[in-house]
Design a protein around this ligand. Structure first.
Ligand code: SF4
Ligand code: SF4
Length: 93
């Protein structure tokens, strides 16, 4: 997993963990590897704001419709650009 700062529900896409059955599709197909299983506790998926580029692929793929779009939680433009640049660097490496 690429992210190292933990997973927070602080980006525009929020996972309904009550509906999630941990299939892993969202994590597998996220282009920036921003979704991962939480460390510790029960199995649950979350989105890392430092890697999410707000593309929406996860929301389209989820068979349980777990993702809801919360525009009020969208990262600041500077944070989003930082995540995009990190994704570009990751893709180029
Ligand atoms: S695709 Fe949906 S059901 Fe599957 S792990 Fe992700 S949030 Fe959970
Ligand atoms: S919106 Fe895109 S980058 Fe963000 S978690 Fe979903 S698939 Fe990954």
């Amino acid at each position: 997993m690429a992210c190292g700062s933990g997973y927070r529900d602080s980006v525009a896409y929020v996972i309904d963990r009550g509906a999630c059955f941990s299939c892993g599709w969202c994590a597998e197909d996220c282009p920036t590897d921003a979704i991962g299983e939480r460390v510790g506790g029960s199995v649950a998926y979350g989105v890392d704001i430092e890697w999410c580029i707000d593309c929406g692929i996860c929301a389209q793929l989820c068979p349980q419709a777990c993702f809801s779009y919360r525009p009020e939680l969208q990262p600041a433009p500077a944070q989003l650009e930082l995540a995009k640049q990190r994704a570009r660097d990751f893709a180029a490496s």
